[in-house]
Design a protein around this ligand. Structure first.
Ligand SMILES: Cc1cc2nc3c(=O)[nH]c(=O)nc-3n(C[C@H](O)[C@H](O)[C@H](O)COP(=O)(O)OP(=O)(O)OC[C@H]3O[C@@H](n4cnc5c(N)ncnc54)[C@H](O)[C@@H]3O)c2cc1C
Length: 355
């Protein structure tokens, strides 16, 4: 159950968050004040306990009001997860408190890395060693969310110019050579601090290392990365189905059976997701998690169709249909966020051929 103050704020600002009329600097503060950032983090690490499955539910609750806020939440929470999995305990101790309190924004520049892991794309940031001290970084991340102007740290996977295993670092804002672009202009999710990042001879010390080997680290964090991302689809689908239910009078009751079937399907997929996150099966069998992600994206599409059909022409009127129109735009994000449905289908096809 979300804090009622956060619920109210999200409900009042969902439209503005989507269209860029809400100050994006406010989002993290609101989430932190409602204590959602520490769900699924051990109290000994400063969190509020519970499991990663509870964190998924919390992302879903936020997404049922605003996908823009849920995506900021995801970026922050995924970064926290990287620190929890990192062997660099000094970095964890240094960053975790300010990430949990929302003072520092954590951004996830790992789309490129996840594509790299599947052999789709080469890494776009490379490093030249500077003796024992660290590296000089060069390259670009084309899309990163939660690059808060008041300070951020971004996770990225880095190719070694000299060869050897790519590694994963946290790169802080404010060091020489890190350049944030103006916000990208988007069809929705505009108040999400989404921009590109350029790195020009950025001198980064070894104390910012998250993991020496991206090929070990990324598969280990992938279940939480993807599972938390699934929370966004779950929340959006639940809300669209709930809205559809509210319109099922008269002739529109013909949709009731389809609606119930979608609701049941959603509940089954959510149970499968949570069970897999809790028993660790996705670590050894990522394909089963990819299938969950694909199913959830399809359910979001179906749920939005049902909301549209159940509302009828009313959904098309700005006066009544603003919430639906926003959810429709929000839903366009679900299939394309990395790993996109195209990437997942290609990966499943590749695995099937190899089997
Ligand atoms: C609102 C939003 C927020 C995002 N936030 C993050 C984030 O926090 N972290 C993260 O790692 N990724 C983020 N992404 C990136 C996302 O996860 C995908 O990597 C991205 O949507 C491209 O995926 P793709 O593989 O379909 O595109 P690709 O296959 O890479 O590209 C498809 C086509 O689109 C073109 N294209 C792609 N991106 C751009 C661009 N920026 N400008 C011009 N042309 C482009 C390509 O050249 C190609 O022709 C975000 C994307 C969106 C829409």
């Amino acid at each position: 159950m979300l804090d009622p103050v956060l619920q109210h704020w999200l409900e009042a600002n969902a439209e503005a968050l989507d269209q860029g009329r809400c100050d994006p600097q406010q989002v993290l503060g609101q989430l932190a004040a409602a204590k959602v950032l520490g769900v699924g983090v051990d109290p000994r690490q400063g969190g509020s306990g519970a499991s990663v499955a509870d964190a998924v539910e919390t992302v879903a609750s936020v997404a049922s009001y605003s996908l823009a806020a849920a995506f900021v939440f995801w970026g922050q929470r995924a970064f926290i997860e990287y620190l929890l999995h990192s062997p660099n305990s000094a970095l964890r101790e240094r960053l975790l408190p300010s990430l949990l309190s929302g003072e520092l924004a954590g951004a996830t520049g790992l789309s490129n890395a996840m594509k790299f892991l599947s052999g789709i794309e080469s890494l776009q940031v490379s490093a030249t060693a500077r003796g024992e001290q660290g590296w000089a970084l060069n390259g670009r991340l084309h899309w990163v969310t939660n690059l808060r102007k008041g300070g951020f740290v971004v996770a990225a996977a880095i190719d070694r110019a000299e060869g050897g295993a790519p590694f994963v670092v946290a790169i802080p804002d404010g060091i020489a050579g890190v350049q944030r672009s103006p916000d990208l202009q988007l069809m929705g999710l505009q108040s999400s601090n989404t921009a590109a990042l350029d790195f020009d001879q950025v001198a980064l010390g070894r104390d910012w290392l998250l993991h020496e080997d991206a090929r070990q680290f990324l598969p280990a964090v992938r279940p939480a990365f993807l599972g938390l991302q699934c929370g966004m689809a779950i929340g959006l689908a639940r809300r669209a189905l709930q809205e559809a239910q509210g319109h099922l009078q008269g002739v529109r009751s013909v949709l009731a059976q389809t609606l119930e079937a979608q609701r049941e399907l959603l509940a089954d997929v959510v149970s499968e997701l949570k069970a897999g996150l809790l028993d660790g099966r996705f670590l050894g069998n990522p394909a089963s998690l990819f299938k969950v992600r694909i199913s959830l994206a399809e359910i979001v599409g179906e749920a939005l169709q049902l909301e549209l059909q159940a509302s009828g022409g009313k959904a098309y009127l700005s006066e009544y249909g603003a919430g639906f129109a926003r959810r429709w735009r929000e839903s366009a994000f679900v299939p394309i966020v990395t790993p996109s449905l195209v990437q997942l289908r290609a990966e499943l096809q590749r695995q099937a051929r190899a089997a």
